[in-house]
Design a protein around this ligand. Sequence first.
Ligand code: 13P
Length: 280
Amino acid sequence: MLVNMRDLLSDAQKGNYAVGSFSVANMEMVLGVIKAAEELNAPIILQIAEVRLKQSPLEIIGPLMVAAAKNAKVPVAVHFDHGKTVEKITQALETGFTSVMFDGSHLPLDENIEFTKKIIEIARKYDASVEAEIGCVGGSEDGSEDIAINCTKPEDAVKFENETGVDALAIAIGNAHGNYKSTPKLRFDILSEVEQKTHTPLVLHGGTGISPNDFVRCSKTGIKKINIATATFDRVEQSVRSAYESGSINGYYDLQGAEVEGAYQSAKKHILIFATDNKA
Ligand code: 13P
């Protein structure tokens, strides 16, 4: 069933776990992720980032994601990741997304606050939740930019929470999008301080490459949403490649099946690490 992200994250706060938020690019990935969530009886978030719309147009993938969520046997929130423009954020809300992110992490804090407040005002008309980001997560969602990591200042998180009342706050603690060039060393000291000084559910971007132990530690230290993108895209590609290598693809529908299988395996692995199975 399609649910508001606010409700999923509030349950995660009560239960002290983090919900997996899975980036998808096509129907096969949507089917694979939902299959894993249903099999494991797990709540999930389906998301797509604004930079990905050139490959997967919002007017096509958006309704597909919302329909898949409505049909699912488990709670699914549909989230617009790294929203950059009011136009596309509004289009996602019109399509039925139950959550949107405004990424103003590149702006000075006060401008980020002002813009986020405007997005919250728009999203409230749709009863949708809003995620924002402060500090800079490294890399970029589609690998096109190598943005330097700039860790969140705990006092900025307090100010941001007080002035915006945002529903979820992405923070930067040494995490980065894409495959890490070296083992990530997350700043748990910063995460703990933010957790102690704020009440907002926190979001960890750049989930690919973070160790299972660190995921669990994050989820016990205020992180209530974990974004996974590259791991799923890579797993889908690998699944198709090995199906060809093993000679198990005889025609298009075997290829389609291999894509669904890759997304399913990635979502299943992360749901089990996050221990959100049977939390639906
Ligand atoms: P990864 O591609 O590193 O998993 O990051 C996902 C993400 O944070 C999407 O916003």
